[in-house]
Structure formats: structure tokens, C-alpha cells
Design a binder for this molecule. Structure first.
Ligand code: SF4
Length: 88
């Protein structure tokens, strides 16, 4: 399996949207940038590739910053309820 994905639960006006975050392991180079920017969401696995450990572990802003700074464009973020692609 090349993708790691988890769907967030719970959403309201006071909470970030339910997120579906994927890391494409055919792209992830394991440099850890996303772990630095959203350490509550991403962690390294045994192969030093990023895994989503808690899609609600950081703010949406932090998740989007992490996705936007991934040098290999390995991270995809969508609204789990609407299917809207939030990144890229
Ligand atoms: S920033 Fe991108 S390449 Fe680096 S560990 Fe995260 S997903 Fe992998």
C-alpha cells in the first residue's frame, strides 16, 4: 500500500472541516518538513516516510502549510464531507 490516509471526525463552525489527508509514498522523500510544520498530524514510519497519525492533531492552517511546503508534493488534503480539494 502506497498511500496513508485517515479521515477526521467531527465538524462544526468552531472546528476545522473534516479532513482527508493522504501521503503518497511513491513521492514522499522523508525529509520531515511536514513533521516540523504539523507535528500533531504527521510522523515518520519505519521507512522514514510520513504517515498521518492524527488528522485533527493540528489546525487546518498548519496542515495546509505542511502540504504546501512538501518538496515532492506528496500530500493531498480534501474536505471529507464535500470532497473539495483543499490542497493542491
Ligand atoms: S514533507 Fe513531503 S517529502 Fe517530506 S516527509 Fe512530509 S510528505 Fe514526505
Amino acid at each position: 500500500m502506497n498511500d496513508a490516509s485517515f479521515a477526521a471526525r467531527g465538524s462544526s463552525a468552531d472546528e476545522p472541516p473534516q479532513l482527508h489527508i493522504e501521503v503518497d509514498h511513491t513521492r514522499c522523500a522523508g525529509n520531515g518538513m511536514c513533521l516540523d510544520l504539523a507535528p500533531g498530524v504527521f510522523a515518520h514510519n519505519h521507512w522514514r516516510q510520513s504517515e498521518v497519525v492524527d488528522p485533527e492533531g493540528d489546525t487546518l492552517e498548519d496542515v495546509l502549510e505542511a502540504a504546501g511546503n512538501c518538496p515532492t508534493c506528496a500530500i493531498t488534503v480534501t474536505d471529507a464531507l464535500t470532497g473539495e480539494v483543499l490542497f493542491p
